[in-house]
Design a protein around this ligand. Structure first.
Ligand SMILES: Cc1ncc(COP(=O)(O)O)c(C=O)c1O
Length: 436
């Protein structure tokens, strides 16, 4: 039995952050690996923030100075109340403002949760593949033992998860206020990064049951849930329900095992560093006595106040609609290029929301070599699938993001990538032929 994977910093020596000048800004260079909103979207976000800031600061000038004061540990009440109202509408579910806490984004939310509830050498069961920065955060920085659980077509392989839980569960674990959970499960249950898939209803129900039975904390990064790109006539549909919704309070065995870890990064802009945690009482009551929050007050108090005050206005709904319309246009353009020019032996996902397309090449193509070739010859970079795997799997996959570049730039970059693929497929076929 493996004892969980422990990573060294050296495993992450390259590409620590894709948003570097060399990576992003060089002329003629396309970073299809970057997972951020595009320049056009950010320019609109700047206009939105200018108006929202002006509106909110007008009140501040004659008010009590709330926004520039230390905030309460869980965050600005107005942000939490307006966010609850906004999310209730978006998710078509009741979101209680008392279950919300302000964060500086989903990465910080996960870090806070993991460091509050777990110790070095505790287990994290982690999707394989998953959001690649999480591997470094939990396994290297926090020293948790990562156990990869494969992603199948409708979410985590729960049979495998149960086998691993049986093997690793502590003898006689009894939840206490101090230690309510012995292990963490990390998922991205809606428009998963990198595969784009959504967990099925059955998977969500079963995962909640397992979490209750085995005393687990399950954190779902819900950063793409507001970005459903499917349409019903002229209107955008809703994304599938978030995992949190399946942890029903009226159930006899309810404990509070699921956290929804949300963010405005993919909608308004990652530079705002603004997000939220939606969590049960058992979780929030422990988070709110965190020493940093007690001393420093709410995380990102000022920005949450600005964004919070405009969440339920026409300004924000128009902005969100613009973001989804833009993303849909970009996605359709990339899918069109793929449909026309993608080699037959290459498969790709057709996401219904989020930011990413997951591409699988035949196993005889070396994706690492393709990546280097593509970057050197075509000036296009991609995210190799193995970087999304805590176990170094997914060697035949790669991830591209359709959100960052304009429609035209995306088409140029994806055609370049497909050209590089053709070349590597031919090369592999020639080598195979020569070997036969
Ligand atoms: C699944 C997932 N979680 C979290 C993040 C980062 O979120 P934030 O900017 O709010 O820290 C990303 C960004 O790519 C992501 O894909």
């Amino acid at each position: 039995m493996s004892n969980g994977i422990k990573f060294q910093d050296k495993d992450y020596g390259m590409h620590n952050n894709l948003f570097t000048e060399e990576h992003m800004l060089a002329d003629g260079k396309y970073g299809l690996d970057v997972g951020g909103p595009g320049v056009g979207m950010l320019r609109s976000a700047a206009k939105f923030m200018m108006k929202a800031t002006e509106m909110r600061l007008e009140k501040e000038i004659s008010g009590e100075g709330d926004l520039l004061q230390y905030g309460s540990t869980l965050g600005d009440p107005a942000y939490r109340i307006n966010l609850a109202k906004f999310l209730s509408e978006q998710f078509d579910d009741i979101v209680d403002s008392k279950s919300l806490m302000t964060t500086t984004g989903a990465t910080a939310g996960l870090s806070l949760l993991a460091s509050t509830f777990f110790n070095v050498e505790d287990y994290i069961f982690i999707e394989d593949p998953t959001y690649f920065h999480v591997n470094k955060l939990v396994a290297v920085d926090l020293g948790l033992k990562a156990v990869p659980i494969p992603i199948v077509e409708d979410g985590l392989d729960l049979e495998m998860l149960e086998e691993e839980l049986e093997r690793r569960k502590p003898v006689d674990f009894q939840p206490t206020t101090e230690r309510p959970f012995w292990a963490l499960v990390y998922v991205v249950s809606v428009y998963q990064n990198p595969t784009g898939l959504c967990y099925s209803k059955e998977k969500c129900e079963k995962l909640v049951n397992l979490a209750r039975e085995y005393n687990l904390l399950v954190v779902s990064d819900d950063v793409y849930n507001l970005l459903c790109l499917e349409k019903d006539g002229d209107a955008f549909k809703r994304a599938p329900p978030r995992l949190y919704q399946y942890d029903v309070k009226s159930d006899n065995d309810y404990f509070g095992n699921i956290v929804s870890n949300g963010s405005f990064s993919k909608i308004l802009g990652p530079g705002l560093r603004l997000g939220w945690i939606e969590a049960p009482k058992v979780v929030l009551s422990k988070l709110m006595v965190d020493g940093v929050l007690l001393g420093g007050g709410s995380m990102n108090h000022f920005t949450s106040g600005i964004v919070g005050s405009s969440l339920n206005t026409d300004l924000f709904s128009a902005f969100l609609l613009m973001v989804r319309t833009t993303l849909k246009r970009k996605l359709n353009a990339v899918l069109d290029v793929l449909q026309k020019h993608c080699p037959k032996s290459v498969k790709y996902s057709v996401p219904k929301g989020g930011y990413f397309i997951w591409i699988e090449l035949p196993s005889y193509v070396d994706v690492h070599e393709l990546s280097e070739f593509c970057q050197k010859i075509h000036n296009v970079s991609i995210l190799e699938g193995k970087r999304c795997s805590v176990a170094g799997n997914c060697q035949s996959f790669l991830r591209i993001c359709f959100a960052y570049y304009s429609v035209q730039e995306n088409c140029i970059a994806v055609k370049k990538l497909l050209g590089a693929m053709e070349s590597r497929l031919k090369r592999a076929a020639n080598i195979n032929g020569a070997l036969q």
